[in-house]
Design a protein around this ligand. Structure first.
Ligand code: NAG
Ligand code: NAG
Ligand code: NAG
Ligand code: NAG
Ligand code: NAG
Length: 656
């Protein structure tokens, strides 16, 4: 017996060691089990990092969507709640109607481009504007969307397959096809098209470095049909300056172009086969992204771009980099000079596709831009970094979810007042229980600082104030002494002003039956799949009817607004310090519960059933741009992912 016990504890220890090596990819919340968002792992946070949230929209993962995290990796908001998931890109704060809004692209992927629309959300986290392509063009592509003209107009890009005479390139027994790059400037309020530009009118296919039918630059296309049109240009960024001219980045010609806002003429080319500039040391770039104007006067432009690879910047190691480049138009010939280059984390592979460069702080748009911190998204490598002007990394985080890509990443401050309400889950082991557990969260509520917790024994009783607990991460936990049949929580801001409440009829506390209780502890019940009991029993006809019990929730009543200033409550004599004390106990108990579960799993292992828990946790999903539309994870049958949860059951450890 003793040997068995010792053995099981040893197994437990070994399992724990193995598990701590495996990284959590997704996180589980008791109050919002349907969210299951990806983890943002923060590896470096040093003095000098700019306050503000991290905005990312990871894609090519099981739970793609837009998300906001804080500097410690705590989830602040995920789209998986209100608008679902799917492919979203360039998720960021934008200035619309003079106030902070959220802007992002949403759509489906086809080959190397997308078809979708651009959405603007208010700080109540609801949609207020949708931008669609105009002028009979195909749907908007994901590569660019930016608000200009004080938020009145949006620049978007479009990929359009067009017939093109490719006989010079070897296609003469039928029509040839080229993928054109267009951009439009659209009035947000009216949808009116203000400006349109089409690359095939100005940039010939001969400027391309990505030969027809080759696989350079991901995929070039064969040129035989509309679907396989030659992606000779790959327009991936459009920026507008104060004069109303445009800066374009074209990945497959490896060049930037200045385009006249008057007549669409190309005013100059930087890089590529026909550069108008002499390139100084380290300027040369290739397959670049996110080109932006930072400062301009009559003689000078300062621009930033994300260079996936520089052939000349570094002699020993070819690495992706964010670059700040100065263009001197008055020198002869015009000159491009590298002012700064920011390299990614040590050991990070090249970011072959995607990527972004954001300049932070007061010098972001003046001639002293090189005195600024720079925030970089590493595209195909799911890293984000913030650099001091010296290049030193003061913030570094990554998304461990298998397959994660982030097209563009940003840092912003943002204040949101979500239109929805806080979520709550309450649990007690039995109705004589020593404690009732409260798990609460409010997706996107940036002003939330504290929770006030209420309980009652029946639907007509007054709510009893059980105490308050500080917000901790996305989901907070409160352990109330005694059994409470119904729970409710109220969100409070820094000044203890009420912001909103969970369901005002109360959440019925989950109490396991005596049979189920054997698999439960003080803080909750064991996850069935963790035990390996994967085959569902088939109950006979009518079985269970005698034991069935309805949950018995209180009828919904509309929230009485007059109560907003304060609830009519009884006060309990609960010692508020119990909360902290209880959390310590909670951790200890969680550890023991985990050990117990692991022991059980280990027993299965020795039985010859190799449970997923002990096998590799890197369940890989598609990692590169697929050639088919990406399915929307939100439409996958929900029964699918708890299974995946089991294969990543270590994520459960993350939350307790
Ligand atoms: C433009 O700005 C640069 C950088 O500050 C400065 O050196 C140059 O003199 C300015 N040129 C004009 C024409 O103002
Ligand atoms: C840029 O920095 C220089 C030297 O520190 C300073 O004299 C100048 O005023 C700064 N310009 C701006 C626009 O901040
Ligand atoms: C966020 O606000 C703080 C305080 O005002 C400021 O120091 C910081 O630069 C802001 N962060 C960003 C990304 O703008
Ligand atoms: C509801 O609870 C209150 C306070 O605990 C109690 O006084 C009252 O009798 C209960 N009502 C019913 C119908 O059980
Ligand atoms: C160093 C590096 O990663 N270079 C890559 C940049 O992107 C092009 C196109 O995908 C690749 O061919 C390079 O190898």
């Amino acid at each position: 017996m003793l040997i068995l016990t010792v053995a099981s504890y040893l197994i437990c220890l070994v399992s724990l060691l193995g598990l701590s090596a495996a990284e959590a990819e997704y996180q589980f919340f008791y109050s919002r089990p349907e969210l299951y968002p990806p983890v943002l792992q923060v590896d470096i946070l040093k003095e000098g990092a700019t306050p503000g949230y991290v905005f990312v929209a990871p894609h090519h993962i099981e739970r793609s969507g837009a998300a906001i995290y804080d500097n410690h990796g705590n989830l602040v908001w995920t789209s998986l709640s209100s608008m679902g998931g799917g492919n979203m890109h360039s998720f960021r704060v934008c200035q619309y109607k003079g106030a902070d809004h959220l802007c992002f692209f949403r759509g489906d992927q086809w080959s190397t481009f997308y078809a979708g629309e651009v959405l603007i959300y208010s700080n109540e986290l609801v949609p207020v504007a949708t931008i669609k392509a105009q002028n009979g063009r195909p749907a908007i592509d994901m590569h660019e969307n930016s608000l200009v003209d004080d938020g009145r107009a949006m620049i978007v890009n479009i990929y359009q397959s067009e017939r093109y005479d490719l006989s010079d390139y070897g296609i003469s027994d039928g029509e040839g096809w080229v993928r054109n790059g267009l951009f439009q400037k659209i009035d947000v309020a009216t949808g009116e098209l203000l400006f349109e530009w089409s690359a095939l009118d100005h940039i010939p296919p001969s400027e391309s470095y990505v030969a027809l039918g080759s696989t350079e630059g991901v995929t070039a296309g064969e040129g035989f049909d509309a679907g396989g049109a030659w992606d000779y240009l790959h327009l991936n960024a459009v920026d507008q300056n104060a004069d109303g001219d445009y800066l374009l980045s074209c990945r497959h010609t490896q060049a930037l172009y200045k385009v006249s806002g008057q007549d669409g003429r190309i005013l100059w080319r930087l890089g590529g086969k026909r550069s108008d500039f002499e390139l100084g040391d380290g300027v040369a770039f290739g397959y670049q992204h996110d080109a932006r104007w930072r400062f301009s006067n009559a003689s000078t432009d300062i621009i930033t771009l994300f260079d996936n690879a520089s052939d000349s910047f570094h002699d020993t190691a070819l690495r992706s980099a964010g670059k700040i480049i100065r263009l001197d138009h008055d020198s002869t010939p015009p000159r491009a000079t590298l002012l700064a280059a920011f390299e990614g984390p040590d050991g990070m592979p090249h970011a072959v596709t995607q990527g972004s460069v954001q300049v932070l702080g007061e010098h972001a748009a003046d001639a002293n831009v090189t005195q600024s911190n720079v925030f970089i998204g590493w595209g195909q490598q799911p890293y984000v970094t913030e650099h001091l002007p010296s290049g030193e990394i003061v913030f570094q985080a990554r998304l461990p979810a298998a397959g994660a890509n982030v097209y563009r990443a940003y840092r912003f401050n943002f204040t949101a007042h979500p239109l929805d309400s806080p979520a709550l889950y309450t649990y007690a082991l039995d109705t004589d229980a020593a404690a009732t557990m409260f798990y609460m969260s409010w997706n996107g509520a940036t002003e939330l600082a504290q929770w006030r917790v209420y309980g009652r024994q029946n639907c007509t009783a007054d709510w009893t104030d059980l105490g308050t607990v500080d917000k901790e991460g996305f989901e907070s936990v409160f352990e109330a002494p005694g059994y409470w049949a119904y729970g409710m929580v109220e969100a409070l801001d820094q000044a203890a002003r009420p912001l909103g409440r969970s369901a005002t009829n109360g959440i019925r506390t989950f109490v396991p039956s005596p049979a189920l209780a054997q698999s439960c502890g003080r803080i909750g019940c064991r996850m069935t799949r963790l035990r390996g009991a994967a085959t569902a029993p088939s109950p006979g006809e009518g079985q269970g009817q005698d034991q069935d019990q309805l949950r018995g929730g209180c009828p919904f009543t509309r929230d009485d607004k007059t109560l907003k200033a304060g609830l009519s409550v009884e006060t309990s004599d609960v010692d508020p310090r119990l909360g902290t004390f209880a959390r310590g106990g909670l951790l200890l108990f969680a550890g023991l519960l985990v050990c117990l579960v692991l022991t059980v799993v280990a027993c299965y292992y020795y039985d010859g059933h190799v449970p997923r828990l002990l096998t590799s946790t890197s369940t890989s999903t598609s990692t590169s741009h697929a050639l088919v539309p990406q399915s929307d994870p939100e439409l996958e049958p929900m029964v699918e992912w708890p299974e995946n949860q089991a294969s990543r059951s270590h994520t459960r450890l993350h939350v307790v």
